[in-house]
Ligand binder design. Structure first.
Ligand SMILES: C[S@@+](CC[C@H](N)C(=O)[O-])C[C@H]1O[C@@H](n2cnc3c(N)ncnc32)[C@H](O)[C@@H]1O
Length: 261
């Protein structure tokens, strides 16, 4: 995901354990991560183009940050999430009636129908901190695509500074709040544990998170195992060419044509 232009280096949403994301971040999520945070308005435009010929399915729909404006563009959006808290917050928002939600695991669900667009944005795939289950997410996406015209769009950060050991990262300094993270990274398992500390009103609130980051090349392999192949890759929603210093990646996968190796 994008680096916050105001807040200095940030790995993006502080992705919590996949079974308790909302319990950890629900209260602060919409405050920390607006649609503007990661060029979400452009994400909605791009996703609307892919979804215009049919319905869309978001894996890890959260509070509907992207799903609700996408549905307002006329795409029938469905969303799955394992956090009842995040889904409850989605349903409380104006426009939520346009989004169908299901409490379901993106690594193991079958909605029994197919979509023109399946998408996972803002590092949601990283919130499934297990390689086997991340691979299963690609199979779930492929299973829900409506034939050869269907597309799976994945948006995620490319982490920098993933050396082993611990580090401290500054995230935000504002007039009344300071936010930083203590990060512990294991480059072998690609598991990153983080304690985000919010210093506010003289108190400190910790938010613990665990993610497994993915490299684009590993994602391509997971996609191939699911019968998908890379069609496009950009360093953000506005397009362009991915370069060695690219810190964000939007990848578009399509089903492999029958008979193609
Ligand atoms: C970083 S948030 C992104 C939310 C939303 N996509 C957005 O752009 O704001 C990741 C979301 O993935 C959800 N999540 C984590 N593990 C999941 C899983 N195994 N299946 C479905 N959702 C999951 C979390 O509950 C959380 O709502």
């Amino acid at each position: 995901m994008a680096t916050d232009p105001d807040d200095g280096p940030d790995d993006g949403p502080d992705d919590g354990p996949d079974d308790d994301y909302g319990g950890t971040f629900g209260d602060v999520y919409d405050d920390w991560y607006s649609l503007d945070f990661d060029d979400g308005a452009t994400a909605v435009e791009v996703l609307a183009r892919y979804g215009r010929d049919g319905d869309a399915l978001e894996l890890g729909v959260g509070t509907g940050r992207i799903a609700i404006p996408l549905a307002a563009r006329g795409v029938a959006v469905h969303g799955v999430d394992t956090s009842p808290d995040m889904l409850r917050r989605l349903r409380a928002k104006p426009g939520a009636e346009l989004v169908r939600t299901e409490l379901a695991d993106m690594a193991d669900c079958d909605l029994g129908r197919r979509f023109a667009l399946v998408y996972s944005v803002f590092n949601s795939l990283f919130c499934v901190p297990d390689q086997r289950r991340q691979t299963a997410c690609f199979a779930v996406a492929a299973r829900h695509l409506a034939g050869p015209g269907g597309r799976f769009v994945v948006d995620h950060q490319i982490p920098d500074a993933v050396g082993s050991g611990s580090s401290v990262r500054h995230l935000h300094t504002g007039p009344d709040r300071f936010r930083f993270s203590l990060v512990h990274c294991d480059p072998v398992s690609q598991i990153m544990e983080r304690q985000t500390m919010v210093v506010e009103n003289g108190g400190v609130t910790p938010y613990r998170s665990v993610i497994r980051y993915l490299w684009p090349s590993e994602m391509d392999l997971m996609a191939a195992a699911a019968g998908l192949t890379l069609e496009d890759r950009w360093p953000g929603w506005r397009g362009g060419t991915v370069r060695p210093d690219t810190r964000r990646c939007v990848s578009v996968y399509r089903p492999v044509a029958p008979g193609t190796p």
